[in-house]
Design a protein around this ligand. Structure first.
Ligand code: MTE
Length: 317
């Protein structure tokens, strides 16, 4: 690929200023029980129900810019992919409870003029926090609509000033096998790594998320800080980031290293390119019974399609 990306104008998508959102939300916390719903069980039939004492939240209904209602706080925080804790989606919540997220630092390094290690609290105070309601589409053909809190990755990158040689951004999850038992598995090259082309990283949609529904991010969702790239399959949205490196080399990624024929580097949501084991034409929205058609670029084509001009999208690698 020869520098295929070009800059894109940012178009409208739903952003509610945090203050507005926080003032109209009305949530109730109470002791309660969260159990896997029938829809979740259908997505992962091998998984047994797991109960927890997580607080029950009752947030006001919200929807994305296409009118899709947001998934509930309970759905978003009880059905998770986080292999560092478990390959069982409903076991991630109990196994990640108590995971140490403070103190936390994120090192931003590599081809930048101003490398810096940020404390998590600095990231919250230095960069304006926003709310973005995004669709998350997993390559396993399930999806959710999630109200994230966070800030654009572009804001952080601008602060460290990438050099003109920097072409890619590499992300790394914390490596802490004593707390993350899944990192003991020899089947995966830990720590989890992901990468973006720098123009994808600078796109206004690309978010560093620090919360959900205005609540501090919970461990199962990638606390305290994770990436969200809504037009790509969910595995690109790496959790619990401790390092961000600007480089001129395309980074290795965990899933691409494990099975390059199944998980590409590009990994744009594309209903026309099937995964070897799953059709990508449709998806199950968690909480819904019937499947819905998958949208090209997960519905964000207006904001990102220009990035891929001249690229053969049938090769999603
Ligand atoms: N990041 C790390 N470090 N480890 C993981 O196992 N799973 C990915 C992504 N980020 C994963 C990760 C996958 S496959 C998906 S679909 C999303 O996280 C799921 O995010 P969620 O659990 O918040 O819905």
């Amino acid at each position: 690929m020869n520098n295929p990306y070009k800059s894109v104008p940012v178009r409208s998508y739903e952003i509610t200023p945090k203050e507005t959102y926080l003032s109209r939300r009305d949530f109730i916390k109470a002791a309660g029980v969260v159990a896997g719903s029938a829809a979740l069980a259908a997505c992962a039939p091998q998984v047994e129900e797991v109960t927890s004492t997580a607080p029950v939240h009752n947030f006001p209904s919200m929807s994305d810019e296409l009118g899709n209602p947001a998934n509930t706080f309970e759905e978003i925080t009880s059905y998770n992919n986080y292999y560092e804790f478990s390959t069982n989606k409903e076991a991630v919540l109990p196994l990640s409870k108590g995971f140490t997220t403070s103190p936390w630092t994120v090192e931003v390094t590599g081809m930048v003029n101003k490398p810096k290690t940020y404390g998590f609290e600095d990231l919250l105070s230095l960069f304006t926090q926003e709310e973005r309601i995004y669709r998350l589409r997993c390559v396993e053909a399930w999806s959710m609509v999630i109200p994230w809190n966070g800030f654009p990755l572009a804001s952080l990158l601008k602060a460290v000033e990438p050099t003109s040689d920097a072409k890619y951004v590499r992300f790394e999850t914390v490596y802490r096998p004593e707390e993350m038992k899944g990192q003991g598995s020899p089947f995966y090259p830990w720590p989890y790594q992901e990468g973006l082309h720098i123009r994808e990283a600078m796109n206004e949609l690309t978010l560093l998320a620090t919360g959900i529904y205005g609540e501090t991010m919970l461990p199962q969702n990638g606390a305290p800080i994770r990436l969200v790239v809504p037009w790509k399959y969910g595995f690109k949205s790496i959790k619990s980031i401790v390092k961000i490196e600007l480089t001129d080399q395309r980074p290795d990624t965990l899933w691409n290293t494990v099975a390059s024929n199944e998980y590409g580097f590009l990994a744009n949501v594309n209903p026309n390119v099937d995964h070897p084991r799953w059709s990508q034409a449709s998806e199950r929205r968690i909480g819904e019974l019937s499947r819905r058609e998958t949208l090209m670029f997960n519905g964000y084509g207006e904001q990102v399609a220009d990035l891929y001009d001249g690229i053969d999208l049938s090769l999603n690698y």
